[in-house]
Design a protein. Sequence first.
Length: 127
Amino acid sequence: MSKQIIQTPDAPTAIGTYSQAVRVNDTVYLSGQIGLAPESMQMVDGIELQIHRVFQNLRAVSVAAGGSLNDIVKLNVYLIDLSYFPMVNEIMSNYFHKPYPARAAMGVAALPRNALVEMDGIMHVQD
């Protein structure tokens, strides 16, 4: 088993005891990303900008792991208000292409740093 910790300055640094991602052989486990801008570590304003920022952060970590967003096979979406879900779908189509990953969406009571959305995922990459 080959285990590699993934870290990139193009995504927010971990704000806790976790890695941005961990690659084990051909599988990459992406930690949850919220709408933090990596340069400032400040939350972007509003749900639309946060959704875009989350996808940009996930893309940066995916690239650092040797893949792309299209290598994500499972995506989990956490929203403090499920009425934002149609907006997630609309924005997601700008970042992903068919075939889309498997996905789950969950309504949650709260997220770190008062985020409105968080996403994590699993990637399959080949050297």
